[in-house]
Design a protein around this ligand. Structure first.
Ligand code: NAD
Length: 364
């Protein structure tokens, strides 16, 4: 199979972790006989430096032409005071919009080797393996009317939680599709005891469930869900929710994995005629200026994003499983970066990437 992938290293540790993710992609192509066609483009602060624009038109063209896009991270401290449209982060928001990605997936796994890094007791977190599916382009963050008006005692602010039926249906279908290929359990999270918006959400999810009769659906109110994530995280298989709730719950879920450097993500749009999803893959972490350029960053979030890409954009489940298994092997061997190793000599970013690529090629 030919894999046409656009690489957007971005800024700071983004460039370091994507380098390791590419090593892993190369090892997968070699071991399984795929042809890798990689293209590179600028995004974020690096793009502002070279073109004055955080999302240059050339990057947009290349992203639309690629089968899938892998991004590192964007953000540089020198732009912290810049106006919003001149900030690196604007490039990422523009890219998500360009690709039309509406479902954000965050897999959350408790790796046995990292169990002591979790703030939860081992017996609670052990065995946790879920995917949080967050709606990415609607809800309170985009609804209108919005804004602040008036002054003095008359000053007021409004935001609008808005969803249409098709917006709920399409993200629900992604979540059910994933559940069908996992443990066949889907938990939809809303606030339907208070919000009409959530009442529509719940009704539409129940209707979509009829297309997936082998998936067991249950519902949780968002406040209860926030508790259950720390009381009993193992109960979740696929967790589906709207934009704002998903933003908050996915960060809560992130803590379960031990380090932010571990967390991959995938943002999916429409399915193509081939059945593959349009996808943007990126680690959850930012550009980490405090450790950039020191070969210290944990590349596992970026490498886990490669596994997600192989699975969702290319349907290569065996290859994805091989990447996940190699990651777990390397974690168990103790060759981990400083964020996971409070004592002893940590491995560098490049050493972790090379060890995983080597395992995939069949070596040790
Ligand atoms: P951050 O995720 O970059 O860093 C937070 C902390 O986690 C830092 O101490 C950092 O050293 C550590 N960390 C992050 N990733 C790590 C890794 N892979 N390995 C080891 N340690 C890691 O968040 P921040 O400091 O709030 O933001 C820094 C910049 O990144 C800002 O400009 C912000 O806007 C940007 N940002 C970008 C994205 C993105 O591109 N998706 C996401 C979040 C933040």
């Amino acid at each position: 199979m030919q894999l046409n992938i656009l690489i957007l290293p971005g800024d700071g540790i983004g460039t370091e972790v994507t380098r390791e993710a590419v090593k892993v992609l190369e090892s997968v192509a070699e071991r399984y006989g795929h042809t890798l066609k990689l293209d590179h483009a600028l995004l974020g602060g690096a793009a502002i430096h070279q073109t004055g624009n955080p999302l240059p038109p050339e990057t947009v063209t290349k992203a639309l032409a690629a089968d899938a896009t892998l991004m590192g991270a964007v953000g540089l401290p020198e732009f912290d005071a810049a106006p919003p449209d001149k900030r690196p982060e604007r490039g990422l928001l523009g890219l998500r919009k360009t690709l039309g990605v509406f479902a954000n997936l965050r897999p959350v796994r408790a790796y046995a080797a990292l169990i002591d890094s979790s703030p939860l007791k081992n017996h609670l977190v052990s065995g946790t393996d879920m995917i949080i599916v967050r709606e990415l382009t609607g809800g309170l963050y985009y609804g209108t009317p919005r804004g602040i008006s008036g002054s003095g005692a008359e000053e007021q602010a409004v935001n609008t939680m808005f969803y249409t039926r098709p917006e709920i249906e399409r993200v629900a279908r992604v979540a059910f599709y994933l559940a069908q290929r996992r443990r066949k359990r889907l938990t939809s999270v809303d606030k339907s005891n208070v919000l009409e918006n959530s009442q529509l959400w719940r009704r539409v999810v129940i209707e979509v469930a009829k297309e997936f009769p082998d998936v067991e659906l249950d519902h949780l109110l968002v406040d209860n869900c926030a508790m259950q994530l720390v009381l009993n995280p193992r109960r979740f298989d696929v967790l589906l929710t709207e934009n704002l709730f998903g933003d908050i719950l996915s960060d809560e879920g992130a803590v379960l994995a031990g380090s932010i450097g571990m967390l991959p993500s995938a943002s999916l749009g429409d399915r193509r005629p081939s059945g593959a999803w349009t996808g943007l893959y990126e680690p959850v972490h930012g550009s980490a200026p405090d450790i950039a350029g020191q070969n210290k960053a944990n590349p596992l979030g970026a490498i886990g994003s490669v596994a997600a890409m192989l699975e969702y954009s290319f349907g290569l489940t065996e290859e994805a499983a091989a990447v996940n298994a190699a990651m777990e092997d390397v974690l168990n061997s103790g060759r981990v970066t400083a964020d996971l190793k409070p004592a002893g000599v940590p491995a560098t970013t490049a050493e972790v990437g090379s060890a995983i690529a080597e395992r995939i090629r069949g070596g040790k």
